[in-house]
Design a protein around this ligand. Structure first.
Ligand code: HEM
Length: 407
């Protein structure tokens, strides 16, 4: 009898920006293999690029916790039970965990705010934010923590402005978002964080109903007033966009800066690049770093045939995009960061109906962030050994808690 290997996402200390060695080993065995989870249940690990897309685009898969999504730890299982049990959905985080048609109904209400055209209109303000943050950094002594000085405030300010959330409350929403994303947060702590963000946004939506402004939450408030959306649904959409909208991009800025500062030739190419070259470099950094780690979760609702294997109805699926993005069949020499390559077909933003709503926004922020840092602070350098950097091994989103830099 062959034993099924254990699910193991531990990255190696020597190569903290590469996916877990155990995950790469599964990829060498085939694009679709089985793993054993902490509770002895089995899930399919999708590590091939083509298969990743095939699974995520398949109409026969679900993202709903109540339908049996794979659970990655005991604490997470408890959190999902609590979420699935709530009929009002108050513990939920909106359409990212809903199937169509409900998912599509809610997502459609906000897509207009994230189109390339709308995002481009935000570029000058984003550039001003980045420049102000660099001015503040340069006004004081180094070293500083790049996360606190630049990576976290930039996307937090952008998403606050877009949603109409007062940036003065950033410490509150950043701390609660970190708790939600942390895989090891005990169920009640995660529940409290979700509840706190929910209560905050519910109140804010109430204020927007009374005094609408020119922001996304006011747009949702209009829909509440028109009877198209409940205040509860709008609250959860707000929670989702607020936390998905800053923590992810912040980690990309931090890890991207780390990767570039460790490879001066790559930093130089980006620093000197024109706009299309900067855009291409951002795609490569998105591919190479793939910050959502451990696998996008799905459960099969029917028997599916992918890559000659049959995934049975009810079986769990982990579509591991950080490994699919290192598929040598699509990206030659995949472990090399090469900002000159064409990486557009990466699956960092997922694939299919749940593909990242904020991807144009994230791209624009990154296209502003890296060149601003590298051009305005040409002597920017790491102020710590890689071995001293605290990486976020514990979250759905990989990153670094701190990145000391100097100039
Ligand atoms: C570099 C930054 C980002 C990365 C790597 C990223 C990654 C992802 C991924 C992989 C998914 C798909 C999840 C799945 O299929 O299960 C997703 C969905 C989503 N993302 Fe992002 N994201 C980023 C930035 C943003 C930003 C700035 C926003 C702004 C609001 C955002 C909002 C969302 C939302 C609302 C969804 C759910 C979409 C749906 O279910 O239809 N993300 N993101």
């Amino acid at each position: 009898m062959t034993t099924i290997p254990e699910y193991d996402i531990a990255r190696s200390a020597a190569c903290p920006l590469d996916p877990a060695p155990a995950m790469r080993a599964r990829q060498e065995e085939g694009p679709l293999t089985r793993v054993r989870l902490w509770d002895g249940t089995m899930a399919w690990l999708v590590t091939g690029h083509a298969e990743h897309r095939a699974v995520l685009a398949h109409p026969g898969v679900s993202v709903e916790p109540a339908r049996g999504l794979p659970r990655l730890s005991a604490v997470e299982a408890a959190a999902m039970e609590a979420m699935a049990a709530r009929e009002d959905g108050a513990g939920g985080i909106s359409f990212i965990l809903m199937d169509d048609p409900e998912h599509a109904r809610l997502r459609r209400m906000v897509t207009g705010a994230f189109t390339v055209r709308r995002v481009e209109a935000m570029r000058p303000a984003t550039q001003r934010i980045a420049d102000d943050l660099v001015d503040a950094m340069l006004a004081g002594p180094g070293p500083v923590d790049l996360v606190e000085a630049f990576s976290l405030p930039l996307p937090s300010l952008v998403i606050s402005n877009l949603l109409g959330v007062p940036y003065d409350d950033h410490e509150f929403f950043q701390a609660n978002s970190r708790t939600i994303i942390n895989r090891d947060s005990p169920a009640e702590v995660r529940g409290q964080a979700q509840y706190a963000l929910g209560a905050y946004l519910y109140t804010l939506l109430g204020e927007k109903l009374a005094r609408p402004g020119d922001d996304l939450l006011s747009g949702l408030a209009e829909r509440i007033a028109a009877g198209e959306l409940s205040q509860q649904e709008a609250t959860q959409m707000g929670v989702l966009m607020l936390f998905a909208g800053h923590e992810t991009t912040a980690n990309m800025i931090t890890l991207g800066a780390l990767a570039l500062l460790r490879q001066p030739d790559q930093a130089d190419a980006l620093r000197k690049g024109d706009d299309p070259q900067v855009a291409a470099a951002v795609e490569e950094l998105l591919r190479y770093l793939t910050i959502t780690h451990g696998g996008l979760r799905r459960v099969a609702l029917e028997d599916l045939e992918i890559a000659g294997q049959v995934i049975r109805a009810g079986e769990g699926i982990l579509a591991v995009n950080e490994v699919a993005n290192r598929d040598p069949a699509v990206f030659p020499d995949p472990d090399r960061l090469d900002v000159g390559r064409n990486a557009r077909s990466h699956v960092t933003f997922g694939y299919g109906v749940h593909q990242c709503l904020g991807q144009s926004l994230a791209r624009m922020e990154l296209q502003v962030a890296y060149p601003t840092l590298l051009r305005r602070i040409p002597s920017l350098a790491l102020a710590a050994e890689v071995g001293q950097i605290p990486f976020k091994h514990d979250g759905f989103v990989y990153g670094a808690y701190e990145l000391p830099v100097t100039w």
